[in-house]
Design a protein around this ligand. Structure first.
Ligand code: CP
Length: 320
């Protein structure tokens, strides 16, 4: 792979899952692949899983990983073209990105959306400018619209627990106290739709429908109860409104998933990308039950990152 910012960059969902599971079975099988190579992990936003799992994956491939919390430690970057920089920004992306391109072989970026400017966020203006000016392969650690390393880990986790030939997977909206990005939900829908092992239903309150660019091919409904019936996997996630961009719209019904709502899905496994707000997004009793796959999903982030880094390294190595 030349970059990894969405499922469109993948050589197919199954080959990446297979590569990830091979690393899970034998973490050091390619311990020399990244020898002499360096990956930069730039965070504009906080992280636990993404940061550590990607560092572990890089280490297992023999790479050096350098983390930079640019959102709190770096110079304020300017992304606008032809602007007189007499405000709070100190360095232009056109100057900073090539420097990073000189330091690293691969650049990984986490940059959340503003949730105030839909057009700008959905143009992926931060990620795209790193791609444009860094001159090296870029991997998304969660961008304004997508979280592909998370989605790959989610698909790996489903693959490990799937029993029917084609599983029913429900992505269900959850309550939250503040506006959160649509990235995880968009990305999960995009990957599930690209994978023939699952049939996806997206359930959300009116006004919370996601961008159809990501959900096309899935069943989209505002009837959570009907959606959950006979589900094999239920992915719980909050997101703010896409239509009323970044807004938290009032919702009359209680959408938090509890044991009671699973009467018609007795075998369903519960998924969430974490971090999760207990008893707000998802019942604590479900998180603590045997149904929960959340820790396994988080653990699979290592193999997801390792498969992706290895694929990008193979592309780099094939050119040298
Ligand atoms: N799921 C996930 O991306 O977790 P972090 O925000 O902790 O990296």
């Amino acid at each position: 792979m030349k970059q990894f910012i969405s499922v469109a960059d993948a050589p197919g969902v199954d080959p990446l899952i297979e590569a990830a599971l091979a690393y899970k079975a034998d973490p050091l099988r390619d311990k020399e692949l990244g020898r002499g190579k360096r990956v930069g992990l730039l965070f504009f936003n906080a992280s636990l899983r993404t940061r550590i799992s990607t560092q572990v994956a890089a280490q297992q491939l023999g790479m050096e990983a350098i983390v930079f919390n640019t959102g709190t430690e770096g110079w304020a970057l300017e992304f606008a073209d032809e602007v007189v920089m007499n405000g709070h920004t100190v360095e232009h992306i056109k100057d900073a990105a090539p420097v990073l391109g000189a330091y690293f072989d691969i650049l990984c970026i986490r940059a959340f959306p503003s949730l105030s400017d839909k057009e700008k966020d959905y143009s992926e203006y931060i990620l795209q400018q790193f791609i444009r000016y860094a001159g090296i392969p870029v991997i998304s650690l969660e961008s304004a619209t997508l979280h592909p390393l998370q989605s790959l880990a989610d698909m790996i986790t489903i693959k490990e627990h799937i029993s029917p030939a084609r599983a029913k997977v429900v992505l269900t909206w959850a309550p939250h106290i503040k506006a959160t990005p649509q990235c995880v939900a968009n990305s999960f829908a995009q990957w599930a739709n690209a994978w023939d092992q699952v049939a996806l239903t997206v359930a959300c309150p009116e006004g919370y429908q996601l961008d159809e660019a990501f959900t096309a091919g899935a069943t989209v409904t505002t009837d959570q109860e009907a959606a959950l019936a006979n589900a094999d996997f239920i992915y719980v996630k909050n997101w703010s409104s896409y239509r009323e961009y970044g807004q938290v719209l009032p919702v009359a019904e209680d959408w938090m998933l509890t044991e009671e709502q699973l009467r018609q899905a007795p075998g369903a496994k519960i998924m969430h990308c974490l971090p999760v707000r207990r008893d707000l997004e998802l019942a604590a009793a479900l998180l603590d039950s045997d149904r929960s796959l959340v820790t396994k999903q988080a653990a699979n982030r290592v193999w997801s990152a390792q498969a992706v880094l290895a694929s990008v390294l193979n592309t780099i190595n094939s050119k040298t």
